[in-house]
Write a protein that binds this ligand. Structure first.
Ligand SMILES: *Cc1c(COP(=O)(O)O)cnc(C)c1O
Length: 439
């Protein structure tokens, strides 16, 4: 390491730990301050001085330690290799973006024509090309609108279509999304009243018909995206409710635009609209594999009312989200879609190859069969056959704290790195992270 980079370091007397301002003059740290900001680099220096005072590192290694601990970017968010086998991991930010979407985000992050027609020089509809992309993929929708997330799409629908009025909803569809957020409470917070119909396990079309009246704003169908009710059950299809004289809004959750043969129980926007739903709401960062956003697709007059409501301004998405969404919809298969469709035999080959390489480096690693899941509020109970590299349990914590961080899962006293949620191009990074954790 480059020690002479601290020219004539003045030292903190007895302990010989370099002074902060002197350390910050180190060429590498000065360069990093230009890139990451002085505050970020100073924090790394202070932490390294602390470690030296505690005797964890020699006093003359402070600059090196500070350099080694610098974050990748000026943000506290660190890159993580998702080896949990959960494709949409909520705590890891759900869907990872495709390269196409990342490039679109990078371009849109500067000044961009999000609301400008460069041809005429006049103002133009915000996000028009992203909306056009959605409508091309879902021709059954007359119009589309994009908000902050799936919850925002529901809030907007309730605010606009049922102000002070009733939303008719089945007792079997009163869903808690996660982290204590409940769709019924979200809807009530808008001032709409919930008119519950049916029972937990059975709700028939007649239950809806009996509840619809003067006070009805709309009927809401919520996809039970994170649980299943089986046994003596009965539900009403959108098609059976479309003729009751009030709008039917279908919250499909996952954001599938068209049917996905591998997940036959997951609803999709095109099929719902074809069946008669007047509006569909969904998340962009679940099975669609795009950025966090909420999609509203359906009848033109309804979509326009939502998009023109004052609240729409508070829920609107930024230019980078629009760019990522469009690139996801138009671009190549998203990482989520690729992971979902990954061949189990190929995953096994990757696991064998990776484990073999690691054993060659002296790591106690072997390939095992594994079970992956969609996660993140999609396809509950669906098991995706997968393969993993099995390591001794202590690797789990060490890998989590490495750079890049690797998140595996601990099962039966072993740390499993499930490859279905790791893009094949990152196997080398994964091997490198394990080797670093072995040291
Ligand atoms: C995930 C989900 C939501 C909430 O969407 P967010 O994008 O997380 O706000 C709403 N409804 C259903 C059925 C969901 O699965």
């Amino acid at each position: 390491m480059d020690r002479e980079a601290v020219p004539g370091a003045e030292v903190d007397g007895r302990r010989r730990i370099g002074r902060t301002d002197v350390l910050l003059a180190d060429r590498r740290l000065a360069e990093a301050a230009g890139r990451l900001g002085r505050g970020v680099v100073k924090a790394a220096v202070v932490a390294a001085q602390h470690r030296a005072r505690a005797g964890e590192i020699p006093p003359d290694a402070v600059a090196d330690a500070a350099v080694a601990s610098l974050p990748v970017t000026a943000s506290g968010l660190r890159p993580v290799l998702n080896a949990t086998g959960v494709l949409l991991h909520t705590n890891l930010g759900r869907a990872p973006l495709s390269d196409a979407a990342r490039e679109a985000v990078a371009v849109a992050s500067g000044a961009t024509d999000v609301e400008l027609d460069l041809e005429t020089g006049r103002r133009a509809g915000r996000g028009r090309s992203a909306l056009a992309a959605l409508l091309e993929r879902v021709p059954q929708a007359e119009a589309a609108h994009v908000v902050n997330n799936g919850a925002a799409a529901l809030v907007l629908a309730a605010t606009v279509l049922a102000p002070g009025r009733e939303i008719v909803i089945s007792r079997g569809e009163m869903v808690e999304i996660g982290d204590g957020f409940r769709i019924p409470e979200l809807l009530s917070a808008t001032g709409a009243r919930l008119r519950e119909v049916g029972t937990t396990n059975r709700t028939a079309p007649d239950d809806y018909a009996a509840a619809v009246g003067e006070e009805t704003g709309f009927i809401l169908k919520v996809h039970p995206s994170n649980f299943r009710i089986t046994g003596f059950t009965r539900g009403a299809d959108v098609g059976e409710l479309a003729g009751l004289g009030v709008p039917v809004v279908a919250d499909i959750g996952s954001g599938l635009l068209a049917p996905e043969p591998l997940l036959p129980d997951e609803p999709d926007a095109a099929s719902m609209l074809k069946a008669g739903a007047h509006l569909v709401t969904a998340s962009g960062d679940k099975l669609l594999g795009g950025p966090q956003c909420g999609l509203v697709l359906g009848r033109e007059d309804l979509v326009r009312r939502l998009a023109r409501h004052p609240l729409a301004r508070a829920l609107r998405v930024d230019k980078m989200t629009l760019a990522a969404l469009e690139a996801t919809v138009r671009g190549p298969r998203s990482p989520t879609e690729q992971a979902l469709h990954a061949d189990a035999g190929k995953l096994r080959e990757r696991a064998e190859r990776l484990a073999g390489r690691l054993r060659g480096d002296g790591v106690d690693a072997f390939a095992v069969e594994s079970e992956a899941a969609v996660g993140g509020g999609g396809a509950p109970g669906v098991v995706l056959p997968s393969a993993a590299v099995s390591l001794p349990e202590p690797y789990a914590a060490r890998l989590r704290q490495g750079v890049p961080a690797v998140m595996g899962r601990v099962e039966d006293g072993r740390c499993l790195l499930d490859l279905r949620s790791v893009p094949p191009g990152q196997d080398g990074d994964l091997a490198g992270a394990v080797r670093a954790a072995a040291r």
